[in-house]
Ligand binder design. Sequence first.
Ligand code: GDP
Ligand code: MN
Length: 354
Amino acid sequence: TSYYDNYDEAVCLPEIHLSRQPPKEKAKAAFVVLVRNSEQEDIASSIINLEDKFNKNFHYPYVFLNEEPFTDEFKVAMTKASPNAQMTFGLIDKTRHWGYPSWVDQDYAAQCRKDMLANGVMFGEKESYHHMCRFQSGFFFDHPLLANYDWYWRVEPGVKFFCDITYDPFLYMQKYNKLYGFVVTLQEMPATIPTLWKTVLEYAQSRRIDTTMKGRSLFPFFRDQDGHGNEYNYCHFWSNFEIASLNLWRSPAYRDFFNYLDQTGNFFYERWGDAPVHSLGAGLLLETDQIHYFEDIGYQHDLYRHCPSKQSGKGCRCDCPVGTTEKSIDHDNYYDTCLPQWRKWVKTSDARKA
Ligand code: GDP
Ligand code: MN
């Protein structure tokens, strides 16, 4: 088997460099990188690492997005980080996709940011962070530079990949009918989303979407009491890593969901993150089988790290650090991991199907 005929994430193929042999089949896919000029070094390190572990053999293109024009220096640095990959640099439409919508009261938003600072809501005081979360929730997939793609892999500055990836995750998703893939699942900080859950339930009710265990949807995974409760368990898929379908977010159903959330102004009055918004949106639209846990992808963002375990038989030539104090989210009792809930949920939904 070559890297391009491999559809099994548990198969670790020998280290070979296929760069001169073009793949037989490629997905319509790109890396999507929302980033600032000031993050040049950290994003270059992400790319050098990702090229080494995966993309030197697969040659997927990078699409960089920014609400400010990228500098020549930034572009040159990116080209250096991956001399072979195709790269495009896009500007975000500031009036439609980054500014305030007409219905948001900007004075009130400023007051809310002050309150969030006083109340220790992480990043709540940063105006740009709100725009970023809203953009990632509702607009990135409409950027013209992504128009010809069906799939994306989100990459952030300063992340690390620890294992070789000797198959094409996009083709894997396509082949197994997956639409959303994650590596880390965690609990959201409640103070960032005081009214998100309530708004999502209202939305579901208004559109007559069944969010209970009676349905087949992913949604009850996010309910407390193992899917039977009425409260949010705060679990979500961490969105700094995502391999997912662009068309999922482009669907009329997701757009309707996002617009409903956006009308509340709470991307600004609260600090709704794109991670819980994507997760709960996927919850309403997808079935559990359409979500893929990339257990084989060793990954770190900030201090949170996932490394494939020996017992899983997954992960190819991983060089995960050992004996450091960083937070491995795989550890059973790591306080905010949702991985145990996820494993249990997958089991029970398989059982319900059988
Ligand atoms: P965190 O992962 O939640 O700690 O937030 P980050 O600061 O990493 O931001 C998430 C992503 O959005 C990263 O890829 C950042 O580079 C990007 N980002 C955040 N704020 C801005 C911004 O104001 N402008 C641009 N262009 N990118 C941003
Ligand atoms: Mn980040």
